[in-house]
Ligand binder design. Structure first.
Ligand SMILES: [Zn+2]
Length: 368
């Protein structure tokens, strides 16, 4: 009897060990598949601040923002992480309203107005510092969709210049052209501050939609070939941008509101569907709101796919300046892709999410 019991216990333990091994093998196999996919398909992070370049040369920031910026700027590390994880290309974003941002209990908001010339001076400083990354050979600057595909001998990291917040434009279409000349290819017209273009989603509306100057700016962005990123805009302003734009748009880092999950930065399912109907893409955002790990993030990616379809979902990591990130290092990129594959996403569909959809929109914007 004792022998039989011992035998059963031993075989049970062996079975558990075998199951554990199989699970481990499966995880390893999935990671290997993810890495192969990443090596073969272009990847494109729709919104990021790798290494927090926006902090360089920034003076007179609010104390709360300074406290948030612990660690300062370190692009070299971020780009090394991008290369290690296989993230090929990202929108490297300046932050247009940086000078006036403050962190309160309700999150970030604009605490004051800009002084004359301050927003544009801040833009210049940030763009100059971003351009230095290219001069230093840390990354290659993307100015056309074909650049995403051109793999240089060094397999270097590719950066598309973006500006989060259209505050520096001050409602001027000439500034849109100037930004294009600087190499900027993506602008988020509204960030945390109500500006000349429209309302932010995180403060009570003042414009009740897009302004007249905003419509002109959107049309000028279409004409120049700059991607319009409607993330952060109030629903009414976002709908106004969609209506004014002839080209598809980004909503670079967001999530949809559901019965279970709501937050000021989430968009309505209706807006998400309209972005998709206009051919755009929504970047799934790995912020720890209602989720606490990568698995939760993968859930939310699938939730987004269910609502807007596989052709309209991308990744918008907000890396190195994200709110409670559940994905905080590009080295985890293969884990994200493995998560998508292991939950049944085909390799063709995973390729769309990690870059294909974003590149399609970039191409449509450049050609419109
Ligand atoms: Zn951002």
């Amino acid at each position: 009897m004792i022998n039989r019991r011992r035998l059963l216990a031993t075989s049970g333990a062996l079975l558990a060990l075998a199951a554990c091994r199989t699970k481990l093998d499966e995880t390893q196999e999935m990671l290997a598949r993810a890495k192969t996919l990443i090596a073969r398909q272009p990847s494109f992070d729709l919104h990021a601040h790798p290494g927090r370049t926006f902090l360089r040369g920034a003076e007179n920031l609010s104390l709360s923002l300074k406290a948030l910026s612990l660690g300062g700027a370190n692009e070299e590390q971020a780009i090394a992480d991008m290369q290690a994880g296989g993230m090929q290309c990202a929108v490297f974003s300046a932050v247009s309203d940086l000078q006036v941002l403050e962190l309160g209990r309700g999150g970030l908001s604009a605490s004051r107005n800009f002084k004359a010339g301050e927003a544009f001076a801040s833009y210049r400083t940030q763009i100059d510092h971003l351009n230095k990354l290219f001069d230093a050979g840390l990354a290659e600057k993307i100015i056309s969709p074909d650049d995403v595909y051109s793999i240089s001998a060094k397999q270097s990291t590719k950066a598309l210049l973006g500006v989060e917040g259209g505050d520096f434009l001050e409602g001027s279409i000439l500034r849109v052209e100037e930004a294009y000349a600087d190499g900027v290819r993506c602008i988020t017209p509204v960030h945390y501050r109500h500006n000349e273009i429209g309302d932010t989603m995180t403060a009570e509306a003042v414009h009740q939609g897009i302004s007249q100057a905003g419509v002109s700016v959107i049309k000028a962005m279409n004409k120049a070939g700059i991607i319009i990123d409607i993330a952060h805009a109030s629903e009414q302003t976002a709908l106004g941008m969609l209506e004014a734009s002839e080209a598809p748009v980004f909503c670079s880092h967001a999530h949809i509101r559901t019965d279970a999950l709501d937050a000021p930065r989430f968009i309505s399912q209706d807006l998400a569907k309209q972005i998709a109907q206009a051919g755009g893409v929504i970047g799934a955002w790995p912020a720890g709101i209602g989720i606490s790990d990568l698995n939760g993030f993968i859930d939310r990616v699938f939730e987004l796919i269910d609502i807007v379809g596989i052709d309209h979902v991308g990744l918008g990591t907000d890396m190195d300046a994200n709110y409670k990130p559940v994905w905080d290092n590009y080295r985890q990129f293969p884990e994200v892709v493995a998560g998508l594959l292991s939950r049944g996403l085909s390799e063709v569909d995973a390729a769309k999410v990690i870059g294909g959809n974003g590149i399609r929109v970039f191409r449509a914007v450049a050609q419109s």
